[in-house]
Design a protein around this ligand. Structure first.
Ligand code: FAD
Ligand code: DHB
Length: 392
């Protein structure tokens, strides 16, 4: 098999890249190791920056997003029994965010790709990238019980944190920077209308809680739990009681409870691999970097990498000019580090450290009070949350 760009991974990064390349007439093939049902059901992100929505519109993949996405104009910060709203449009010159589940983006992109191309192979597990430093790299993969080869001009490693692309960089080339946070998130999806109109980020001495949503009838909620937590210790009643305690405010407000339809644990870590390119192998999305989920940057970063990568590959294809591709890693990493910093700040400001003392609590409150008291500090949060500009 032969193509121009071999894409490893059919998550949001790989699928959006394929869509953009295909529309520009650049040939590509997507290899995805899991089944269609699996990738379409994997519950993950829900908050899209304005730039992510714009990218899906540019790719003509936003029909359902525009019809069903929930446009949000702010978030609520909750602490010390108080509620404080951060209004994005007034702080950022009109920016908003949109709530639309990653599962739905994946469904939309898969449906388009199966209808219009380019080829998307499910159950195709890449096992190695050979000759990445040559002009003819090869992806070796297993499909339907056979070992096969995909010869390409370029390889896009969009295979997430546990994929094989990052591992195909020679030892000694590049470096990873990593941090593991001493807690995890327990996420639940519940068949109950949200108890709020905008997302709530709550800091309490019992730990962090986040109220998000998937639609007017489905809530999505997260609880900070110890990194040793197991789902068996968290029956639904305990989850609702803990959420209610962490969201409690002095004002009149109550949490609506309903049937829990999905439950999962997510470890919290930061990881950045530099550089994001080795020869003709280019990493994008979680394959190159992971952020802790507080602030919802992971999917948005994957999309911003892909916007730069698609533009660079299309420019090369149309004009022969490789300048953008040559700067791909450097350009993406600027934004990656800014998003890592923002996610780290939000995580530390809102979570209770297991070894935290009274001084740490006071510092967290001082940071939160600064945001609620200062237009400048609130603007900084709003600009980062709604998404920093693309580097190109
Ligand atoms: P992935 O989605 O991981 O896709 C990689 C794909 O590659 C997968 O389909 C995988 O099966 C495939 N693959 C792996 N290995 C191989 C192989 N060897 N061969 C072929 N295929 C392979 N981000 C946000 O922006 N906003 C949020 O609100 C948000 N909330 C989150 C909440 C939770 C609980 C979690 C866990 C994450 C959240 N994120 C959020 C992060 C976001 O989900 C990820 O950053 C996003 O999925 C990255 O997309 P990706 O395409 O790079 O990687
Ligand atoms: C969601 C996840 C996040 O990490 C976040 O900060 C906001 C929303 C979500 O899944 O809806």
């Amino acid at each position: 098999m032969r193509t121009t760009v071999g894409i490893i991974g059919g998550g949001p990064a790989g699928l959006l890249l394929a869509r953009q390349l295909h529309r520009a007439g650049v040939g590509c093939v997507v290899l995805e190791c899991r089944t269609r049902g699996h990738v379409e059901r994997r519950q993950r992100a829900g908050m899209l920056e304005q730039g992510t929505v714009d990218a899906l519109r540019e790719a003509d993949a936003a029909g359902r997003l525009d019809a069903e996405g929930l446009v949000h104009r702010g978030i609520e910060l909750r602490f010390d029994g108080e509620r404080h709203r951060v209004d994005f449009p007034s702080l950022t010159g009109g920016r908003t965010v949109t709530i639309y589940a990653q599962t739905e983006i994946v469904k939309d992109l898969v449906a388009l790709q199966l209808a219009e191309g380019p080829p998307l192979l499910f159950g195709a597990e890449a096992v190695a990238v050979d000759r990445a430093e040559s002009t003819a790299p090869v992806v070796r993969f297993r499909h339907e019980g056979r070992e096969r080869a995909l010869s390409c001009a370029w390889v896009a490693g969009c295979d997430g944190f546990h994929g094989i692309s990052r591992a195909a960089f020679p030892a000694g080339l590049g470096r990873s920077y990593a941090h593991v946070y001493p807690y995890a998130w327990l996420g639940v999806t519940a068949q109950v209308p949200p108890s709020c109109e905008e997302l709530i980020y709550a800091r309490s001495e019992r730990g962090f809680a986040l109220h998000s949503m998937r639609s007017p009838s489905v809530s999505r909620l997260y609880l900070q739990v110890p990194d040793t937590a197991v789902l068996g210790d968290w029956p639904d009643g305990r989850i609702w009681d803990e959420l209610a305690a962490r969201f409690a405010v002095d004002a009149d407000w109550s949490l609506r409870r309903g049937p829990v339809v999905a439950k999962s644990l997510t470890p919290m870590r930061s990881h950045v691999h530099e550089p994001m390119r080795h020869g003709r192998l280019l990493l994008a999305g979680d394959a190159a970097h992971i952020v802790p989920p507080t602030g919802a940057k992971g999917l948005n970063l994957a999309v911003s990498d892909v916007r730069v990568l698609a533009r660079a590959l299309i420019t090369l294809h149309r004009t022969g000019d490789s300048q953008l591709l040559d700067r791909y890693s450097e350009l993406c990493l600027q934004r990656v580090w800014q998003a890592s910093r923002f996610s780290d700040d939000m995580t530390r400001m809102l979570h209770a450290r297991p070894d935290g003392d009274a001084f740490d609590h006071r510092m967290q409150l001082a940071r939160l009070r600064r945001i609620t008291a200062s237009h400048h500090a609130a603007s900084e949060l709003a600009a980062n949350y709604s998404g920093l500009p693309l580097p190109v």
